[in-house]
Design a protein around this ligand. Structure first.
Ligand code: H2B
Length: 100
C-alpha cells in the first residue's frame, strides 16, 4: 500500500501542482476547476474518471454547472500519498486542454 507523504514531500509536490492546496484539518489536497460550460466540465470529469478507475484511485468531487471541486486523499492510508499527487498531476494536464 502507498505510504503517506512526509510534510516535506507534500510541500515539494504541491510546489509543482498549480492550483492545488492543502485542506484545513485533513490530510488531503483540493482544487476547484472552472471550465467554459457544463459540457467542458463534464468532459473533464469523464476523462479523469477513466484515469482514476485505471489507477484504482478515486476522487472526491462535486460538480455545479461549469465548476468541479476536487478533493484527493488516499482513504486506505488515511492521508496523502503519491497516488494523490499522480492523479492531481493528470487532472491538471486534462484540464489544460479545455479550461476556461
Ligand atoms: N481511492 C482513493 N482515493 N483512496 C483509496 O484508498 C482507494 C481509492 N482505495 N479507490 C481503493 C479504491 C480500494 O478501496 C480498492 C479496494 O482498491
Amino acid at each position: 500500500m502507498a505510504e503517506r507523504l512526509s510534510a516535506d514531500a507534500r510541500r515539494q509536490a504541491l510546489g509543482s501542482l498549480p492550483g492545488w492546496t492543502e485542506v484545513q484539518g485533513r490530510d488531503a489536497i483540493a482544487k476547484t476547476f472552472v471550465f467554459k460550460d457544463f459540457n467542458e466540465a463534464f468532459g473533464f470529469m469523464t476523462r479523469a474518471a477513466l484515469v482514476a478507475e485505471k489507477m484504482d484511485h478515486h476522487p472526491e468531487w462535486r460538480n455545479v454547472y461549469k465548476t468541479v471541486e476536487v478533493v484527493l486523499s488516499t482513504h486506505d492510508a488515511g492521508g496523502l500519498t503519491k497516488l494523490d499527487i499522480e492523479l492531481a498531476t493528470t487532472m491538471n494536464a486534462i484540464a489544460k486542454l479545455t479550461q476556461a
